[in-house]
Design a protein around this ligand. Structure first.
Ligand code: PLP
Length: 395
């Protein structure tokens, strides 16, 4: 009854959903408090107080026409506020005309891919990856080309990327801070990537975009720098959202921004504004655009995430689990103590710990922990992790 392809995807892409369903069944048997669910990247924290202040301001001072259709790119004032922040974070002058407000980072990625892809062109993604990339690329007739990152550090393997770039490559998607590994790419790596991509563009005589998917850019620890892609890559597009930094995933608000130095940037923006419209988004939600205009320098309490990272990282490494210490986002991606990560996730379930196998991110042999959960649940789970480690003879 539904399309064959979607039927196939429903079977393939359901790790997180499957875990969610199994979690619901376990909760029924053991009770809510005795199941430790680390599967979903849905922040348990509340938006900052400034969000409620802006919300009250809008509700108390409604303006005529504030719920009408608008320019497909979004409100000029909101785009200007975003552009100012992007200019502060880079050495380039970004204008409102380089920004389009979108329905989250997911919406922005779909708009960009729709704008640039011809049928059969390839998009390089770095594994482990956010699984939706595969579907988004397919939505627009592209072909995902996964390239593995370094298995010890999860940093991009530039030689492997170079080898994967072909006469069909249209773009590369990078994601830093990364879901699922939490690693942050340093400036030197992005600069080398920029040089590599321009060399390949010259060699192949075609434009190759680098798309930086960065919804976690506001969640970094120890004051680490998130370099602007605009300083490192010419044909750069930033896609992001306020799903994580302001804890507003349900509000579907994000944006895309093109580098002012992109080749034929005016044409790219014209195409992207049109695609925002024809994908049926039309424009990002009006009310929430107004709201985030004044929140561009706000963020949730990053200290809370860092504390959760430290509790889990210290406990799990103490129990013998091996992992990279993440510098951002809210995920840990340890090595699976069993060769088969799906078997390991099943073993963890016996201890009422719910995880996602690395297989679900194109990286078998690992597992993902999302620690954007209540601190209390994380603390309650610690003895279960110890039992699990003992059962697997790690301690
Ligand atoms: N990209 C990555 C790497 C993500 O982890 C997510 C959400 O979890 C998204 C994009 C989509 O974010 P949004 O809610 O802004 O669409």
């Amino acid at each position: 009854m539904i399309a064959d392809k979607i039927q196939k995807y429903l079977g393939k892409a359901s790790w997180i959903r499957k875990m969610f369903e199994e979690g619901a069944a376990l909760r029924k048997i053991h009770g809510e408090k005795n199941v430790y669910d680390f599967t979903l990247g849905n922040p348990a924290v509340e938006p900052p107080e400034a969000f409620h202040r802006e919300l009250r301001k809008i509700a108390e001072h409604p303006e005529a026409g504030m719920h009408r259709y608008m320019s497909n790119a979004g409100y000029e004032e909101t785009r200007r506020a975003v552009a100012e922040v992007l200019s502060e974070r880079s050495s380039k002058t970004v204008g409102a005309g380089h920004v389009i407000m979108t329905c989250g980072a997911g919406g922005a990625l779909n708009v960009v891919l729709k704008t640039i892809l011809n049928p059969g062109e390839e998009i390089i993604i770095l594994s482990p990856y956010f699984v939706e990339y595969n579907f988004y690329i397919d939505n627009h007739g592209g072909i995902p080309c996964p390239v593995a990152t370094d298995p010890e550090t999860f940093q991009p393997d530039l030689a492997a990327i170079e080898a994967a770039i072909s006469s069909k490559t249209r773009a590369l998607i990078i994601n830093s801070p990364n879901n699922p590994t939490g690693v942050v790419y340093p400036r030197a790596t992005l600069e080398k990537l920029g040089k590599l991509v321009s060399r390949k563009e010259q060699e192949l005589g075609r434009t190759i975009f680098v798309i930086s998917d960065e919804p976690y850019a506001g969640i970094v620890y120890d004051w680490l720098e998130i370099p602007s892609l605009f300083d490192c890559v010419r044909n750069a597009v930033i896609v992001t959202s306020h799903s994580k930094d302001l804890a507003l995933p349900g509000e579907r608000i994000g944006y895309l921004a093109a580098s002012p130095e992109m080749e034929d940037v005016g044409k790219f923006m014209e195409g992207a504004v049109f695609c925002n419209r024809i994908l049926g988004f039309v424009n990002a939600p009006a009310l929430i655009q107004r709201l985030v205009t004044g929140l561009q320098h706000e963020s949730v309490d990053i200290g809370e995430y860092q504390e959760k990272r430290d509790i889990l990282y210290n406990h799990l490494t103490g129990l013998g689990f091996r992992m990279v210490k993440p510098d951002g986002a809210f995920y840990l991606f340890p090595r699976s103590p069993l060769e088969d990560d799906v078997e390991f996730v099943k073993a963890a379930q016996q201890h009422r710990i719910l995880l996602v196998p690395g297989t679900g991110f194109g990286a078998p042999g690992y597992f993902r922990i999302a620690y954007c959960m209540e601190k209390e649940m994380i603390e309650r789970s610690l003895p279960a992790w110890e039992d699990l480690a003992r059962n697997l003879s790690l301690i």
